[in-house]
Design a binder for this molecule. Structure first.
Ligand code: 5AD
Length: 351
């Protein structure tokens, strides 16, 4: 291994310098080398099993105005929906019966769902024994606490970019500090924490991407999601170019080398830009797939970006397609729920 030892150096400055040079190195072969190393580190640390998380996008209503996102509150071309709590629970219970071991409840930042409503849903779903992940945005610490007490295991909240200037331009009325405070709250409540960022955002430089990776490293994340930016025509960034698939794959491989223990999904954004995205993700550092099990009538309305993958098939068809892909790659679905692993860095695991 060439790059991994340097990326695990205890000295932050060494890691940062290495990331900067790897992000700028466009010689042919570098991406493929990084992907091979990431695949090897993935195998050593988290094995060949792929974790399958069923994601229910239960509301596309959002109070925020993120300039890249199709759900932002100023987009009046989008029909908004809210699944009733009993339908959300019902969808989750069916998925658990189908074999899903983790259910992810995701929505816009929608305060229609109160602390108690979400706690009740978590309690109902936890009765089946599945792991529950929440991804419902920035909320008061007391909400996070109540949901954790109700049994929620994990929380996903991307920081989107580590550059506070870029963060402010993309997220009017809020700040990176608030986002990081939420991540600290979640950590102190004992959640397994997932975060991440977008690749190819307008105004993003290679140095910012290196800082994004450094921030993931310092947050010691159990889960990390990195995916390309995709312009949505009904947003202020609608005419900007999409992030490049090759750059997204490079950053995914680097994420594995920086966070060897982490659960890393092959993101939907990647498969939306490249029909082979999930396969490319799983062979370049990723070990998680998150098929969308939202009832089909709502699914196309959760349009954070256009041409989102997986908008038509039923949950059962998607689950089967997901298992088929895993088997095609000679791997297996994980038998365990895929909780976070002990994080020990810097440390290079011996064979
Ligand atoms: N392109 C790519 N990813 C996006 N997200 C939101 N809008 C876009 C977009 N236009 C991602 C963000 C957010 C997650 C729900 O979706 O990273 O955290």
């Amino acid at each position: 291994m060439r790059y991994y030892p340097l990326l695990q150096d205890p000295n932050e400055a060494v890691v940062k310098q290495q990331l900067n040079s790897l992000l700028a190195d466009n010689r042919p072969g570098v991406l493929e080398d990084l992907r091979l190393e990431a695949d090897e580190v993935r195998r050593q640390w988290v094995g060949d099993a792929v974790h399958v998380r069923g994601i229910i996008e239960f509301s596309n209503c959002c109070i925020r105005s993120c300039r890249y996102c199709g759900l932002n509150r100023f987009n009046d071309q989008l029909r908004r929906y809210r699944m009733p709590p009993d339908e959300i629970v019902d969808t989750a219970l069916k998925a658990a019966a189908m074999g899903f071991k983790t259910i992810v409840l995701q929505s816009g930042d929608d305060f229609f769902y109160t602390r108690e409503m979400i706690a009740d849903m978590v309690r109902e779903i936890k009765k089946t024994g599945v792991a529950v992940t929440l991804a419902v945005g920035e909320r008061p610490g007391e909400d996070y606490r109540a949901w954790r007490e109700a049994g929620a295991d994990r929380y996903l909240l991307k920081f989107e970019t580590s550059d506070s200037g870029l963060y402010n331009r993309l997220h009017p009325g809020t700040s990176l500090d608030i986002r990081l405070q939420c991540l600290r709250d979640l950590r102190s409540l004992g959640y397994q924490v997932g975060s991440g960022f977008m690749i190819g955002l307008p105004g993003q430089t290679p140095e910012i991407l290196a800082s994004d990776l450094m921030l993931m490293r310092s947050l010691q994340l159990e889960m990390a999601g990195v995916g390309p930016f995709i312009p949505h025509p009904a947003t202020p960034l609608g005419l900007e170019p999409a992030g490049e698939v090759a750059l997204a794959l490079r950053v995914l491989a680097l994420s594995r080398l920086v966070l060897p223990w982490a659960h890393l999904p092959a993101t939907t954004a990647l498969s939306s830009l490249d029909k082979d995205g999930r396969r490319l993700g799983l062979t370049g550092g990723a070990n998680v797939l998150m098929p969308n099990i939202t009832p089909p009538e709502y699914r196309k309305l959760y349009e954070i970006y256009p041409h989102k993958a997986e908008v038509t098939d039923s949950p059962r068809e998607l689950y089967q397609a997901t298992l088929d892909l895993i088997h095609e790659l000679g791997r297996d679905e994980a038998a365990d729920p895929g909780h976070g692993l002990p994080r020990t860095t810097p440390f290079i695991r011996e064979e």
